[in-house]
Design a protein around this ligand. Structure first.
Ligand code: GLU
Length: 292
């Protein structure tokens, strides 16, 4: 069964770019008699706000993009992530990194000075389990890093076709701060697997995250979902839509008196047309004809 998910971070309003992603996920699941799952990615505790979560839920409901399962909140799933982290550590596929901010910063400066993309230099990767335990007992903070296998990563994007990343793209990325604060790419991989997501449909700004997520899934011996990355909605000046282009929050359109049907119709026609002169579609018509 096809299962899609919309996975916004509640660090800002639901804007029209996010609503368009949700519309694609919704239509694709409905076209295939599948399920549409809503997941709130609230792991960034400093930037996530309740008011944004409320606005996201309200905006999706107003647009009629009702989800079948969820909303799931990542902050309520810490024990699940921990289980996967422990497995990676036990198998030696991840290690604890005790480098300080200053050390990481000087590594970053070094790579920049020799004209290379900054990455972790692997300093902590060869500590034994005893050495790691000793530093934990000393109370030193750590992040858990994936031990990179330095393999070329490629995937077949449903929108863009084959995308390849050279072997040194991923590096020893961090998965979690300590054992209880998972980071974005790691939490996404665990959740997409546990929620049995078959198709990840999201904005193309996430393409750089995809090789990381594929590498993490491989380390966990998990299958990766299919990926489809959508072109972003740009402003007239061709930069990514933002506040300076005017009202971008879905809820503002509601306040201004727009009908949800009009916004859905508008979003559907951004970058697509049915190949004839029709310009007005309701959601059921979209389910039957949209981008098949
Ligand atoms: N939480 C991410 C965001 O709001 C999306 C993650 C994803 O779709 O994989 O940008």
């Amino acid at each position: 069964m096809i299962r899609t998910r919309f996975a916004p971070s509640p660090t800002g309003h639901l804007h029209i770019g996010g609503a368009r992603t949700a519309l694609f996920c919704y239509l694709f699941s409905r076209q295939n008699n599948g399920k549409f799952i809503l997941r709130i990615e609230d792991t960034d505790k400093e930037r996530s706000k309740q008011e944004y979560t409320t606005g996201i839920l309200e905006g999706l409901k107003w647009l009629g993009l009702e989800w079948d399962e969820g909303p799931f909140f990542q902050t309520q799933r810490t024990t699940t992530y921990r289980k996967y982290l422990e497995k990676l550590l036990e198998e030696g596929k991840a290690y604890r990194c005790f480098c300080t901010k200053e050390e990481l910063e000087s590594q970053r400066q070094y790579y920049m000075s020799i004209g290379k993309a900054p990455r972790y230099n692997g300093k902590c990767s060869s500590y034994t389990e005893q050495e790691q335990q000793k530093m934990i007992e000393e109370g030193r903070p750590f992040v858990v890093r994936l031990r990179s296998t330095e393999q070329k990563i490629e995937f077949n994007d449903l929108v863009k076709g084959k995308i390849e990343f050279p072997a040194d793209t991923v590096g020893d990325i961090s998965l979690s701060k300590g054992m209880d604060s998972p980071l974005y790419n790691f939490a996404v991989v665990v959740d997409d697997y546990e929620m049995q997501i078959t198709h990840v449909i999201r904005g193309e700004d996430h393409i750089p995250n995809t090789p990381k997520q594929i590498a993490i899934a491989k380390a966990l011996n998990l299958p990766s979902p299919e990926y489809g990355h959508l072109p972003l909605i740009l402003g007239p000046d061709k930069s990514k839509m933002s506040k300076r282009h005017g009202a971008t929050a879905v809820i503002d359109y509601k306040k201004e008196g727009f009908l949800p049907e009009a916004l859905i119709n508008f979003l559907a026609l951004l970058g697509w047309n049915p190949g004839d002169n029709r310009e007005v579609f309701d959601i059921n018509q979209l389910i039957s004809i949209y981008i098949k």
